[in-house]
Ligand binder design. Structure first.
Ligand SMILES: Nc1ncnc2c1ncn2[C@@H]1O[C@H](COP(=O)(O)OP(=O)(O)O)[C@@H](O)[C@H]1O
Ligand SMILES: [Mg+2]
Length: 390
């Protein structure tokens, strides 16, 4: 890709070489992030297949695969358990397991693992628990982290015991409303754990409501909507029952966060060549950099282009010339002009991105004619991801 610098020099964005990345045995975790609908799940699955067929022992943690993609990966239902993917070429010694994150079940497992059976029962039966585990802002992001921590611990235990476990975890991220959610999950959780939120909930039994101000009103009405009456008593029981667990949550969130900032992790930011997606991508790149998280580069997905080197303007002019005499040719040229208009607009946006952030490596994946659902589609996306575009 070419980009005009402020000094008039033309430079190319560095190439994001995903084969080098997945071939690097020091890389243990790859996280695909970006705004909704850009291709995070597709990219995660394609990278996982490619890495496995190149010899890595991979587990891919997907969040929201479309049904047909899930079927191709052998994921019939949400069950939170990694399952071997059938049809992977294992001749290079690799393997692929896939799982779909079930947020509620991950939450339940954490409670069950870290408390006594009686306490666990008390917590799981509490209506506030239901609300927290399904609707608290950042919960899905946090649960993805929690599950990632579990998978990584399992991989390490296997390695210590001399078993051939996973050596690469590929992580898809939730369809977040904004790019912020994923990175902010530990913080959201910390503020919950640090008790501000909990104090707000407990406060009415202790002091006059008006002292609580706006914060309480918001929380209270949100909670009332979810839970109806009876809420305060339930919350108090709940909080008392899970105090011990909360401490563990925080510690593990911190451990996972530390692991994510290590040299064994790489973040890939996925975007399409559209204004909003690239704006989110810039924001994401900046946040990752600020947080000291290792950025691999940018995957530009669903890029439009043509092998026919005729500009939109020229194709439109030619179409006009042929209008009336050669109708079919005119129509073909008009369609080419439409495609090239899209391609040229995308290219301009990508040039601007590369100029603003010249250090960010990029790879492009063309828009395919149909959705990416079968294993072979994922292989094709893998090839396109790895290919250096000229
Ligand atoms: N390069 C591509 N060409 C064509 N369709 C694509 C491509 N990448 C993704 N898709 C399709 O776009 C949709 C959204 O992709 P997905 O990976 O689910 O996005 P996200 O996980 O970021 O929300 C899916 O239907 C997928 O099959
Ligand atoms: Mg997705």
């Amino acid at each position: 890709m070419r980009a005009q610098t402020p000094h008039g020099h033309v430079h190319a964005a560095p190439f994001l070489d995903v084969d080098t990345l997945i071939g690097d045995r020091d890389i243990e975790i790859v996280i695909c992030c970006g705004s909704g609908g850009v291709g995070k799940t597709t990219t995660s699955a394609a990278l996982a297949v490619r890495a496995a067929e190149a010899g890595r022992r991979v587990v891919v943690l997907t969040i929201d695969p479309a049904r047909r993609l899930a079927q191709s990966l052998g994921l019939g239902e949400l069950d939170n358990t990694p399952r071997p993917v059938v049809g992977i070429d294992t001749t290079h010694g690799g393997s692929l397991d896939a799982m779909m994150l079930d947020m509620k079940r991950t939450f339940d497992e954490v409670v069950l693992t870290h408390s006594t059976p009686e306490k666990a029962e008390q917590i799981l039966a509490n209506p506030f628990y239901e609300a927290l585990s399904s609707s608290f802002s950042g919960t899905q992001e946090y649960m993805a982290m929690e599950r990632l921590g579990q998978l990584h611990a399992q991989a390490e235990a296997d390695a210590r015991a001399g078993r051939r476990g996973w050596d690469l975890i590929v992580v898809d991220t939730p369809p977040a409303r904004s790019a912020l959610d994923f990175l902010d999950a530990p913080e959201h959780l910390s503020s919950l754990l640090d008790g501000r939120f909990i104090r707000l909930l407990l406060a009415p039994t202790r002091g006059p409501l008006r002292l609580m101000g706006v914060g309480f009103t918001l929380v209270s009405s949100a909670m009332n909507k979810v839970l109806g009456s009876q809420i305060i008593a339930d919350v108090q029981t709940f909080v008392r029952a899970c105090e011990a667990i909360f401490g563990g949550f925080r510690q593990r969130a911190e451990e996972t966060f530390a692991r994510l900032s290590s040299s064994h992790t790489v973040f890939l930011v996925v975007a399409t060549a559209q204004r909003d997606a690239l704006r989110e991508a810039s924001y994401f790149v900046d946040r990752l950099t600020e947080e000291g998280m290792p950025l691999g580069g940018l995957v530009v997905n669903r890029v439009h282009d043509s092998t026919l080197d005729v500009s939109a303007q020229r194709a439109a002019a030619l179409a006009e010339d042929l209008e009336g005499t050669q109708q079919l040719e005119a129509e073909a040229l008009r369609r080419h002009a439409d495609l090239m208009r899209v391609a040229e607009a995308e290219s301009a946006l990508l040039d601007r991105f590369a100029t603003a952030r010249p250090e960010v490596a990029q790879t492009k994946v063309p828009a395919l004619p149909s959705d990416v659902t079968a294993l072979d589609d994922l292989r094709q996306v893998g090839v396109l991801l790895a290919e250096k575009d000229d």
